[in-house]
Ligand binder design. Structure first.
Ligand code: B12
Ligand code: SF4
Length: 445
């Protein structure tokens, strides 16, 4: 507990997304919600404002379209012929939320998502700085970690938190608010984390869960090893306790897994976890928007995914080109992919339920490679889903991406946006990509 009479008041904010497109694929600021719960456990008062908490549930599992407002494009994106929008609550609603705060915050903590979403972060910092003049603003999250110097120089935050776990974040907040916190001494143990503070939402249609942090693999396009040092996993039975808590006390029917590597070494983690979900007769739909590792899915795992009610399955295949598979980290090969689809089909999944991510626009990639990958996915009996490559600073592939991109992807994170197809070149143009998407839609390939 904070060793003080007055408990400091921390205002935590999840900013708007500002982008060409955004869809609420079970998005929640999980890191910020963990910080909220550790702060509360340490005796702080916490208020949460989630600017993304306004969307229409257009689909049956609680996902849907965000409320959006069209806005001016920044000058660097003027040439992109697409609408640019602010997704989430309208500004007036945010100002109203601010006006309802009874006690002035002692500190404001803001999180950040994709690196190229920083305009929403900056706008929010500007507003909070005007409204709460004396209050320090700390910025953390994915953009803050991956584009630390950019954030330090341009965000307007008083402090940028580069990387670190919840206890380190709370320690920093306690120092800045001159409070002493006892629980920080317990150090970071993943199983000691309290549940993320989803109870701070007035209405809750779904939650997300991370059963682990990090990933033991090293794919060259991925920032997981930079964002989490090491690979940590929770006790699978404690994860089931959490699932049971949300389904029982909050009547949650949909849970999305945010793990980078949910299925690694399944017999010690996923299998006992999902068997326990089944044993406890927990009725909830599960979703894996962040893709599962294909090579871990054998007959048993496939059957358990189906019995355990995994409704939205996304698989990370990325490419069928063997050279590219090896070059980017060797997380899967074509034989393993075909086997996995067979296991999943035997477990009862239909073609449309098996969404397979194919990455388009890797530096130097030709359109033909993606066409071939689509054919391999279709032939195996699954549904190809094209995702554009987003070059991420500090990842091994970023250096190559810099050479291939016509945009200044290093100096301007807005150019890391997958929507602008940052590594387009003669061998794979943006219009070529659009044609490909149309062909997939019409099932011509
Ligand atoms: C879940 C997830 C998603 C979810 C959405 C998550 C969200 N809330 O926005 C979904 C599935 C929708 C998604 C989609 C995409 N994603 Co994604 N996603 C992730 C993932 C796996 C986890 C994020 C997370 O919640 N982590 C868990 C929490 C605990 O961590 P955290 O938020 O970082 O918080 C910690 C610290 O940062 C800090 N902290 C956080 N906030 C604050 C605030 C303060 C004040 C302080 C002090 C500290 C602090 O404390 C926390 C505790 O340790 C990350 C990879 C990763 N390992 O982070 C990729 C990642 C963010 N995604 C990425 C990508 C590429 C994408 C896509 C573009 C993929 C594609 N090509 O289509 C799409 C974009 C979607 C869109 N345009 O709408 C990239 C980032 C790209 C970029 N340029 O920034 C990542 C890093 C994965 C990768 N490939 O390396 N994603
Ligand atoms: S792409 Fe997946 S398997 Fe590869 S390092 Fe990232 S999280 Fe791990």
């Amino acid at each position: 507990m904070v060793a003080e009479k007055h408990s400091p008041h921390i205002l935590l904010i999840n900013p708007w997304i500002i982008d060409f497109a955004a869809y609420n694929f079970w998005i929640r600021p999980l890191g910020l919600l963990y910080i909220a719960s550790v702060l509360r456990e340490s005796g702080f008062q916490v208020t949460l404002i989630d600017c993304l908490d306004l969307y229409n549930k257009t689909k049956k599992y609680g996902d849907g379209n965000f409320f959006k407002t069209k806005i001016e494009k920044p000058s660097s994106l003027k040439s992109i012929p697409r609408n640019y929008c602010q997704y989430g609550i309208p500004e007036e609603m945010l100002l109203k939320r601010f006006s309802m705060i009874e006690e002035k915050p002692d500190l404001i903590g803001i999180t950040s998502g994709m690196t190229y979403w920083y305009p929403g972060v900056f706008k929010l910092i500007e507003i909070t700085k005007k409204l709460f003049k004396e209050t320090p603003v700390v910025l953390g999250g994915i953009y803050a970690t991956l584009c630390y110097e950019h954030a330090q120089k341009n965000s307007g935050a008083d402090l940028v938190f580069k990387t670190g776990n919840e206890w380190e974040a709370v320690k920093l907040i306690s120092e800045l608010t001159h409070s002493e916190v006892r629980s920080q001494n317990s150090g970071f143990r993943i199983d000691n984390l309290p549940l993320p503070a989803f109870d701070l939402y007035s209405q809750l249609d779904y939650v997300c869960i991370a059963t682990s942090r990090g990933c033991p693999f090293r794919c060259t396009y991925c920032a997981s090893p930079i964002l989490s040092k090491g690979f940590l996993r929770r006790d699978p039975f404690k994860v089931v306790d959490e699932i049971e808590y949300w389904t029982t006390h909050f009547k949650i029917n949909n849970i999305a897994f945010y793990d980078d590597a949910l299925l690694v070494d399944p017999s010690r983690h996923f299998v006992p976890m999902i068997k326990e979900v089944i044993t406890r007769s927990i009725r909830c739909n599960f979703h894996t928007p962040n893709a599962l590792r294909i090579s871990e899915i054998d007959d048993e795992v496939a059957t358990l995914l189906s019995l355990g009610r995994f409704k939205t399955i996304r698989l990370g295949f990325e490419t069928s080109n063997e050279e590219a598979q090896i070059e980017t980290g060797g997380k899967v090969d074509n034989l393993a992919f075909q086997q996995t689809i067979k296991h999943l089909k035997r477990a009862g999944y239909s073609r449309d339920e098996l969404g397979v991510y194919i990455i388009a626009g890797l530096p130097g990639q030709r359109v033909g490679e993606v066409e071939e990958s689509i054919a391999v996915v279709r032939e195996a009996g699954a549904k190809p889903i094209l995702v554009e490559y987003s070059p991420i600073p500090q990842t091994p592939l970023f250096e190559k991406a810099k050479k291939f991109s016509q945009f200044d992807i290093e100096g301007e994170p807005l150019f890391q946006n997958n929507s602008i197809f940052p590594c387009q070149w003669d061998g794979f143009t943006l219009s070529g990509f659009r044609r490909l998407k149309e062909k997939i839609k019409r099932e011509e390939i």
